[in-house]
Design a protein. Structure first.
Length: 240
């Protein structure tokens, strides 16, 4: 799809996507989510056909100590972007998270009700989803990714997830962006297979030691894995 503007271009996912797609990624001084006027100016200048909203406050532990900044970025910033998109009848692909679920059963499907949330970051992302659905044309992509290399000496053996490394999931998301017009509006789960965080970590760092999620600074789910069968069925028509 041509004419795609992406927020969060300097982030981990944004950098990967820019290596795969031709995207407009204005820096913060040109498009600041906390400055609605700058959003308006950027959209007027770039005239995109689609907005990909990847910018977010993602530090889960710090969000517990800084509710205001987390809310202003994840909810207030999304509100400002949605208002600007509504004025111009622009569609929006919004990057959300598996954390919108409580995380006790895993295998969550798109139609499963989200919540209750376990931490403030999750609350802000769930609220942002509620803002996005005001648009007539939107796609909420729930996903979860790590840096290319596991950054910690330990990983939780008792936290199950379907997240993957960013270089694995970014090409999948790039495909979704390219075929935005072929995907029904609503929610899409884009993830890998279910496994423990420890298993994921040891794929790229075999010396990682096991730890428990109960040791974390913030409340974490037991099983936050997503069911991505809908995505697999969609993409087969473009990759076969």
């Amino acid at each position: 799809m041509s004419g795609v503007l992406m927020t969060g271009g300097s982030g981990r996912l944004g950098r990967e996507l820019q290596a795969l797609l031709d995207l407009h990624c204005p820096p913060r001084q040109e498009l600041d989510l906390l400055d609605p006027a700058s959003i308006e100016r950027a959209l007027d200048r770039l005239q995109p056909d689609l907005i990909v909203h990847a910018a977010a406050y993602t530090d889960v532990a710090r969000a517990e100590r800084d509710h205001l900044t987390c809310w202003r970025v994840n909810v207030g910033g999304t509100q400002a972007l949605v208002r600007a998109a509504l004025k111009r009848d622009l569609p929006l692909l919004h990057i959300s998270t598996d954390y919108v679920f409580w995380g006790d059963t895993g295998g969550y499907r798109e139609e499963d009700p989200p919540g209750p949330v376990r931490n403030y970051y999750a609350l802000s992302k769930l609220a942002a989803e509620a803002v996005v659905v005001a648009l007539p044309r939107y796609l909420i992509v729930r996903t979860s990714f790590r840096a290319r290399e596991w950054p910690h000496p330990a990983a939780f053996h008792d936290l199950y997830t379907s997240q993957d490394y960013v270089d694995v999931l970014a090409p999948e998301l790039a495909l979704a962006i390219q075929h935005f017009g072929d995907i029904p509006i609503g929610i899409l789960h884009l993830a890998s297979e279910r496994r423990s965080a420890l298993e994921l970590a040891r794929q790229r760092r075999p010396d990682v030691r096991p730890a428990s999620r109960l040791e974390a600074e913030v409340a974490l789910p037991a099983d936050i894995s997503l069911n991505s069968e809908r995505w697999k069925q969609l993409k087969v028509q473009w990759t076969s």
